[in-house]
Design a protein around this ligand. Sequence first.
Ligand SMILES: [Fe+2]
Length: 355
Amino acid sequence: MRFVPTPCLSPGMIVGKDLYGQNSELLLAEGNVLSEVQIIRLKILKFQGIYINDEISRDIEVRDMIDSEIRNRLVRSLKEIFVKTENGEFAQNDLVNLKRMVDDIISEISTDTDIIYNMMDLKFFDDYTYYHCINVFILSLIVGLALKLCRDELFSLGMAAILHDIGKIFVPKKIINKKGRLTDDEFEVIKAHTENGCRYLKEKWEVSDESALAVLTHHEKNNGTGYPYRLKADKIPLYGKIIAVSDVYDALISDRPYRKAFLPSEAMEYVLGCSGRCFDPEIVETFFRRVMPFPVGTTVQLSNGMTGVVIENHPENCLRPKVRIISEDKGGTDCYDLLNDKDLLNVTIVDSFTT
Ligand SMILES: [Fe+2]
């Protein structure tokens, strides 16, 4: 299967993977033949794209990190927690549920320490906050696994990652949703979400000290210019460093009200450019050995004018995957290994059709 952005979908295409709505309702079933009406619906729901199966991509397998139904349940649980907390209620049952789900997910993925994130994220634009938290959670766990953290450590990291911005509940909506530039005073209010989040979790939710500390420090920067404490490199706790990279990367590759999503490769360039200054270089390096900017099934444009589908990634150099060339006469049998084929050293990926 391959990922096809919504604007490029056409009636008659075959759905490659079950697609669920925000309430876990099945929107499209694998094998379904797409109709015009379904495509319009996907556009209304603001899906970036879906997986389809066609001749060129039939044998390409895309593996979910976590099942989309579980992902949706997590989103619902998180939303419930945020809304209740905002209303001054204590979301005890939701928190118990959330902890159980986090624990289940860790059990499922922790057996595969070589796991790489190799899939397009099918997030909903409207519930960005919650999907973003889930993505930061998954990305952080992948880094944690690569660093060989034990189960308890992964749990602490996971809880911190999924709740990293809980403190934003205490920031007035008019500041959170402001489209223009924030005043210095407004920015100070936003910055307090780290301390408020940490305090709230410690007082009310009995999360571990490590989790609370990670929430507190996820905006610290390696060179000591972050907040709230302007901590420098070795003073920033490990989980805070991991969440910082995951948070920025996922925010960059997401559509926001004020800008379109960056290409994953552009987001990678940005994060690499800030390595050392904002982020811990070792965490950045680990991150891009595990998180692929051109996931399997991505359609890419090459600098020699050809178009292809990514069929395999090389974790040691995620910018130069194996690509199956789409050509009308040959039906997509030519394969370019951008890393190992010496004749292709001057060929680069110049675009990817992700949105
Ligand atoms: Fe934050």
